[in-house]
Design a protein around this ligand. Structure first.
Ligand code: FAD
Length: 163
């Protein structure tokens, strides 16, 4: 294990953070009847009563201003068969494909997601080059599927880890 000195190397920091295995979400919102989505794994549950969740969005992402304007967003937790959706909403696909959205609690959501949490913007906190948006949960949907995982810069599945 490398010990991090005072001069924390950016790559070392990224790699260390990337070793924290997460699920993958797509944040969706709507502005002027236009749906916008962004892949995010900086998502966490914050409070049960009231029900609050948090996402962290980079200041250069378009989603940053969209959430500020719309004051609401949905978190679509992706299932193991939705790697393409993750790549599309991270701008990683050369050829984008049509995404099927449906509407739930007044927000666009991704059909066939493992789970969906819809939120009204509760509060926001600037933290360096990201802003943490706290959402007050307005609705929850859950299906019976396996999650898509992201670890050390790669997509993974639970199946693969159990082998
Ligand atoms: P854009 O770059 O404009 O959009 C992203 C992509 O989504 C584009 O290709 C666009 O065409 C497509 N898209 C948007 N709306 C639609 C639509 N309605 N129909 C079809 N396609 C659409 N960044 C963070 O800030 N926080 C995180 O927690 C975070 N986690 C990430 C986790 C992973 C696993 C990955 C791969 C990336 C993550 N990113 C995160 C980076 C982030 O997803 C990208 O930087 C993203 O491109 C920024 O999105 P944007 O809002 O600027 O929108």
């Amino acid at each position: 294990m490398q010990i991090v000195g005072q001069e924390v190397d950016d790559r070392l920091f990224r790699n260390a953070m990337g070793s924290f295995t997460t699920g993958v979400t797509v944040i969706t919102t709507e502005i002027a009847e236009e749906v916008h989505g962004m892949t995010a794994n900086a998502f966490m549950s914050i409070s049960l009563n009231p029900r609050l969740v948090a996402i962290s969005v980079g200041e250069n992402a378009r989603m940053f201003q969209y959430i500020k304007d719309a004051k609401k967003f949905a978190v679509n937790i992706l299932s193991s068969d939705q790697q393409k959706e993750s790549m599309q909403f991270a701008g990683q696909l050369k050829e984008e494909h049509e995404i099927a959205f449906s509407t739930y609690k007044g927000l666009p959501i991704i059909e066939d997601a493992l789970a969906v949490v819809t939120c009204e913007l509760h509060s926001e906190y600037v933290a360096g080059d990201h802003t943490i948006f706290i959402g007050h949960v307005t609705g929850v949907k859950l299906s019976q599927k396996d999650p898509l995982l992201f670890s050390q810069g790669k997509y993974r599945e639970l199946k693969e880890l159990q082998e």
